[in-house]
Design a protein around this ligand. Structure first.
Ligand code: ZN
Length: 354
């Protein structure tokens, strides 16, 4: 069962998913936007002796390449490629497995995902492996017909490379990086995925390749005042058992993903994991964990952010404004916050690296 450390794709990635579901735990999927945040996630996973999933949103990928690049679409593509190449190079030195993934791609971002698959095809020709373990398509704002049709069109191309596809059924409330829907404006029933839709998806896609489903059970992106929507993980169980009964599969045949994990009640997290959730996305909480130590650092060393040398006593502030000082504090903020996530998801000590 043991795997080599580093980025996992193909059969290794499938092992990671199966081991989590069989072992009753899930892996955090953390959004990154830079080498600082990416390295911090790897450090956190190494500390917890857990495997981990790293993902980039389209604008996170753009930021990774640099917002100074004039062609924004091109930046979204090469930023994601750069992050994946960085991970392929450094991850093995952290002694854990990492899956590389891209987050929500709505209809207008389908070309982004297809361009990234193109890069994986080139990488596959050279190395026998894709750059990414999986990509997400989020066509939940379109008709189910269109959503599943696009998944069925793109999945076979990914299967050739050993890649997996995540897609969304139902709507995750809230908005993230410009993708998603305002809570006030959505039909409440769409916040809860319909088991019949899940069954249709399974029947259409199961023969085409490996996939996972971001199902909506009242989950919301971002952290809001509680009480707005109610988390109902039993929705996930209903989908699992419908597929299980109809197709006579084993328990929890679907690989499920929990979006909007930040700020969720622990008990609901455990329940969701028991219904086949192997991946829980976390972004908002790690953004705060990265920024909060920088705020504290600036507050503690205010002069170092205004003058290079103290005008009163001549103290040089170089060692305080060196960006590594506060960026390291920020990285450690992510490392600490993720220890809580690994514990909540039950993945501490469960790395498949032997
Ligand atoms: Zn999401």
């Amino acid at each position: 069962m043991s795997l080599k450390p580093g980025v996992v794709t193909g059969d290794e990635y499938k092992k990671l998913v199966d081991a989590a579901k069989a072992g009753g735990y899930a892996l955090p999927a953390v959004n990154v936007t830079s080498t600082n945040t990416l390295n911090a996630v790897l450090e956190a996973a190494a500390k917890a002796k857990s495997d981990v999933i790293i993902q980039l949103s389209n604008s996170g990928a753009q930021f990774y390449a640099g917002n100074g690049i004039a062609d924004g679409f091109q930046a979204k593509v090469i930023g994601a490629v750069a992050a994946a190449q960085h991970a392929h190079l450094v991850a093995e030195h952290y002694g854990i497995c990492v899956a590389m993934h891209t987050d929500h791609a709505n209809k207008k971002l389908i070309p982004w995902v297809e361009a990234l698959i193109g890069y994986s095809e080139k990488h596959f020709e050279k190395t026998g492996r894709p750059l990414f373990s999986s990509h997400m398509l989020d066509l939940s704002e379109e008709t189910l017909e269109f959503n599943l049709g696009e998944c069925a069109r793109i999945l076979p191309r990914m299967t050739k490379l050993g890649m997996s596809l995540e897609f969304e059924l139902g709507v995750t409330g809230g908005e993230e990086d410009g993708v998603g829907q305002d809570l006030e404006s959505i039909d409440n029933s769409k916040l809860y995925t319909q088991p019949q839709d899940v069954l249709r998806a399974y029947e259409k896609l199961n023969k085409l390749g490996h996939f996972s489903i971001a199902a909506s059970f009242g989950n919301v992106h971002g952290v809001y005042k509680p009480g707005n929507v109610k988390l109902r993980p039993e929705i996930l169980e209903a989908s699992q058992s419908l597929v299980q009964k109809t197709h006579n599969t084993g328990k929890n045949p679907l690989h499920l993903v929990f979006h909007g994990g930040s700020g969720s009640e622990k008990e609901k997290i455990h329940q969701a994991v028991s219904y086949g959730v192997f991946k829980m996305n976390i972004d908002t909480d790690t953004q705060f964990a990265f920024s909060q130590p920088i705020g504290a650092y600036v507050e503690k060393n205010p002069k170092a952010f205004k003058v290079q040398v103290d005008p009163d006593d001549g103290t040089p502030y170089k060692k305080f404004y060196d960006p590594r000082k506060y960026l390291r504090a920020a990285e450690q903020g992510i490392v600490e916050r993720l220890q809580e996530a690994f514990a909540d998801l039950g993945s501490v000590g469960k790395t498949l690296v032997g």
